[in-house]
Design a protein around this ligand. Structure first.
Ligand SMILES: CSC[C@@H](O)[C@@H](O)C(=O)COP(=O)(O)O
Length: 341
């Protein structure tokens, strides 16, 4: 299986498959410091909500190792953690995984003991992510049995989770069961996670797919060529409103118009029960140059400005259900006892 992220404990090096170079080049960048990791997160070398959670957990390990020598260990650690968890604001997993590991560390632990505790927790997070993906994908494949043409956006596969993936994991499992005719991959402007990353993953596994322009999705629905839309999530909040890659909202509106099932596939670790509704979600705005250029080539006239919202928020009223590792959930979630960690 593709390994988007691997850690070598002996040398303290995190190897990241640089997702900005795919599909042309499969190159690992070597990350040895927290600053280098934060740069990689901001530049989208590593991305996707669950994988950001895991990268964040490794970032915590770097933060611990870099703070170890300081007399003010806990203060230094907290300063570094703040930089890390704010590297990307919308995916809840980054902050949540880092904070949940931190919460489990006894304040009485000596600095030299903390790194070992964190490392153990990172390993268990890694295997939990893989297991969650598998359960989620099986639930999704059962739910969508007979829906043979699935449309999705962005990349929600191994490159985004380290496991089989979420929405893309469901597509892979459906294919393995002989229950998929085709996956339609929205190219996902501006940085093309669908056309570059999802297509690369599905090609490796011989899963039939078409890449479509983002603005072709609605027309395909109108032609009756889409049986269900399944997307990932960066943050699902208490009433079910969901932040995901920009473009998701227009897919949801179009799906509702054409009476097509619209599901969010996300592990419960992407749920944030501290926020009541979508108004409380911070949507990341990225460098306008990502919109003004494609692969470093400027396409817009010099002097034009661009707005670059990386995500949008889909209201719960447009979402038919949430495919999680625990099964299919319905919003609102206030009464669910235990979601996420
Ligand atoms: C399983 S990944 C879920 C989401 O993180 C995914 O749909 C997405 O929007 C990723 O955005 P990205 O900006 O590429 O990190």
């Amino acid at each position: 299986m593709i390994q988007p992220l691997q850690y070598d404990r002996e040398t303290g090096t995190l190897f990241l498959l640089d997702q900005t170079l795919l599909p042309d080049e499969e190159r690992y960048v070597q990350v040895k410091t927290l600053d280098e990791l934060i740069e990689a997160i901001k530049a989208l070398r590593v991305r996707g909500a669950p994988l950001l959670g895991l990268a964040g957990a490794y970032g915590l390990l770097f933060a611990v190792l870099e703070s170890e020598k300081s007399a003010l260990f806990w203060e230094e650690l907290q300063r570094r953690v703040d930089l890390l968890v704010n590297a990307r604001p919308t995916a809840v997993n980054l902050k949540k995984e880092v904070e949940s590991i931190l919460e489990d560390i006894p304040m009485t632990a000596e600095p030299y003991e903390v790194a070992a505790i964190v490392y153990e927790k990172v390993l268990s997070l890694e295997s939990r992510l893989r297991n969650d993906d598998l359960s989620l994908a099986m639930h999704g494949a059962d739910l969508l049995k007979g829906k043979r043409r699935i449309l999705t956006i962005c990349n929600t596969g191994t490159l985004a989770t380290g496991g089989i993936g979420t929405a893309l994991g469901i597509i892979k499992v459906k294919h393995s069961k002989g229950d998929l005719d085709v996956a339609y991959l929205c190219e996902t402007r501006p940085v093309l996670q669908g056309a570059r990353l999802s297509a690369w993953e599905l090609l490796k596994e011989n899963v039939p797919h078409y890449i479509i322009t983002d603005n072709a999705a609605t027309y395909l629905m109108s032609l009756g060529k889409v049986d269900a839309v399944v997307v990932g999530a960066d943050r699902v909040v208490r009433n079910g409103d969901t932040a995901n890659k920009v473009g998701t909202l227009m897919l949801a509106i179009a799906a509702k118009h054409y009476g097509i099932d619209f599901y969010v596939a996300a592990p419960t670790s992407s749920f944030d029960m501290t926020i009541a509704n979508g108004n409380g979600i911070v949507v990341e705005e990225r460098d306008p140059e990502e919109v003004l250029q494609i692969h470093g080539v400027r396409i817009a006239p010099k002097g034009s400005r661009a707005l670059n919202y990386a995500f949008d928020v889909t209201p719960a009223s447009l979402i038919d259900g949430y495919i999680t590792e625990q099964g299919i959930l319905k919003a609102p979630f206030a009464e669910v006892n235990y979601i996420g960690r």
